[in-house]
Design a protein. Structure first.
Length: 413
C-alpha cells in the first residue's frame, strides 16, 4: 500500500476504533455488599440497613458517580418501601436549616419506580438509635419517571420540633412497575449518591468512606450493570493485578453446558456494524474448555430486559486450546450487522468445561475489558475509496498546517 493511502486508511481505522458503545462496568470494579439478620444490621460506614431480611445492599465503584466514585443501591427492590431502608441518626446542629436531599438515578424510568425520603425527630441520640419516643416525622415520595441515567436531586422539607436534638434520616426505594403492583420480572435498580441534610452532621453521605472489597453473586444478582441469569455456584469479582483496572470476573464453578453460567447486560446500539470484544485469562487450556460470546438483538430496552421478541442472535465459541495459558487473550464475536429495527443488544459471557480434567483440576477463567466496538473496515489498495481517503487526509493535514503556522505580525508603522 502506498504510504499516503496507508496513512488515510489508518486514519479511518483509528476513527472507527474510537467508536465504542457504553458497556456498564466493563472492567468489573470492586464492590462491597452488605447483608445480615434481624431488624437492623450494619451498612456502609455510619449507616444502618433496616428491614432488608435476606436482601442485600451494595456500594459500587463507578465512573459516573454524581460526586466522588461510589454509589449505593438496594440489590433487590420489592413492591413496598418498608423492605429496603438506609438510615442514619444525626445531630440537629441548625434546626432552621434542616432538609433531607438524596440524589438518585435509574436506567429504566417508570412512574411506579419510586424513592421515599423519611425523617423522624427525637429528643436524644439514645431515643433516635432505639426509635423510642418519637416527637414527629415527615416523608415524601418521588417518581423516577423522567430521563434515564440522569442524576436528580429529591428534597424533603420538614421543620423539626423545638424539643428535637436528633433526626433519623431514612432513604427508601420500591418498584411496582410489574403486574399487580409487584416489581418488574426483570429487576430494576435505583442508585443513590450524595445524601445530605443541611443543619445536621451527616457522615459518609456520598459513600466515599466505605471500605470496598470484592463481592460474590448468585443467580439474578451480579456486578453492577450485570446479571447472572444462570450460575451453578457463584460469580465473583476477584483481584487481579494484570487486569486492566486491577480486578476481573470469574464463574467459581463451570458446568458442561454454556447455559450453566451466563453473565448478561443490555447495551444501547447506535452502530450499524459492531463486535463484542472481551479479554479472557485461562488458567488451563483444552479443546473442551470453551468460551462463548453471545449477542442478541432487540427493538427496545423493555424487550431486551425481558428477552422477548428477539430480532437476531450471534454466537462465537472459542476453544481455550487456541489461547495462551496464564495470559490475557483478546476475543471477539466477529462483525455483527445491526438489523434495521434493533436498538439494544443483550450481550452474554459464558464458559463451559467438558474436559477430562474438569473435576480433578477445576478451570479458572477470568473475564475483563468488555467492549462493543465499531467493526473495522478494510480498504483495498486499488479501491476508488482509497483516492478519496487520500484527498481527505491531505486536506486535513493542510488545514492543520494553516491553523498552526506562525502568523507574521504587521508592522505597526
Amino acid at each position: 500500500m502506498k504510504p499516503m493511502i496507508q496513512m488515510a486508511a489508518s486514519i479511518v481505522a483509528v476513527m472507527l476504533a474510537s467508536q465504542a458503545l457504553a458497556v456498564t462496568n466493563p472492567n468489573f470494579a470492586p464492590e462491597q455488599t452488605f447483608s445480615g439478620s434481624g431488624d437492623e444490621f450494619a451498612g456502609p460506614d455510619a449507616w444502618i440497613l433496616r428491614d432488608l431480611e435476606d436482601r442485600r445492599a451494595v456500594v459500587s465503584s463507578v465512573d459516573f458517580a454524581e460526586t466522588g466514585s461510589t454509589i449505593f443501591w438496594f440489590e433487590t427492590l420489592t413492591g413496598g418501601f418498608g423492605d429496603n431502608k438506609l438510615e442514619q441518626c444525626v445531630d440537629l446542629t441548625d434546626p432552621d436549616a434542616f432538609a433531607l436531599t438524596a440524589v438518585a438515578r435509574t436506567e429504566t424510568p417508570d412512574s411506579d419506580l419510586r424513592v421515599r425520603l423519611n425523617v423522624e425527630f427525637y429528643a436524644s441520640l439514645a431515643d433516635c438509635d432505639n426509635r423510642d419516643d418519637r416527637l414527629d416525622d415527615a416523608e415524601e415520595d418521588f417518581r423516577l419517571e423522567d430521563d434515564a441515567n440522569t442524576w436528580t436531586a429529591f428534597t424533603l422539607d420538614a421543620a423539626p420540633p423545638t424539643a428535637a436534638s436528633h433526626a433519623r434520616l431514612s432513604v427508601r426505594a420500591r418498584d411496582r412497575s410489574g403486574s399487580g403492583n409487584n416489581p418488574a420480572d426483570e429487576p430494576k435498580f435505583i442508585v443513590f449518591d450524595r445524601i445530605e441534610a443541611p443543619g445536621t452532621n451527616v457522615v459518609n453521605g456520598d459513600f466515599g468512606d466505605t471500605t470496598i472489597a470484592l463481592a460474590t453473586f448468585g443467580e439474578d444478582q451480579g456486578p453492577f450493570g450485570w446479571t447472572l441469569r444462570s450460575v451453578i455456584d457463584q460469580g465473583q469479582v476477584v483481584a487481579e493485578s494484570t487486569a486492566l483496572a486491577g480486578s476481573a470476573f470469574q464463574f467459581t464453578q463451570l458446568g458442561e453446558g454454556f447455559g450453566d453460567n451466563t453473565l448478561e447486560q443490555c447495551v444501547p446500539l447506535n452502530l450499524e456494524q459492531f463486535s463484542l470484544n472481551v479479554s479472557v485469562w485461562p488458567g488451563r487450556v483444552d479443546p473442551d474448555l470453551r468460551i462463548r460470546l453471545n449477542v442478541d438483538l432487540y427493538a427496545d430496552l423493555e424487550d431486551c430486559l425481558s428477552r422477548d421478541n428477539r430480532l437476531g442472535r450471534f454466537d462465537n465459541d472459542i476453544a481455550t486450546s487456541e489461547l495462551s495459558i496464564g495470559a490475557w487473550n483478546r476475543l471477539t464475536s466477529g462483525s455483527i450487522s445491526r438489523s434495521a429495527d434493533a436498538s439494544y443488544a443483550r450481550i452474554a459471557l459464558r464458559a463451559r468445561d467438558r474436559s477430562d480434567a474438569a473435576l480433578s483440576n477445576p478451570a479458572v477463567v477470568l473475564f475483563d475489558a468488555v467492549q462493543l466496538d465499531a467493526a473495522t473496515i478494510g480498504v483495498p489498495v486499488n479501491h476508488p475509496i482509497a483516492l478519496w481517503l487520500m484527498i481527505l487526509a491531505l486536506g486535513g493535514l493542510a488545514l492543520r498546517f494553516l491553523n498552526t503556522a506562525p502568523k507574521r505580525e504587521e508592522n505597526p508603522s
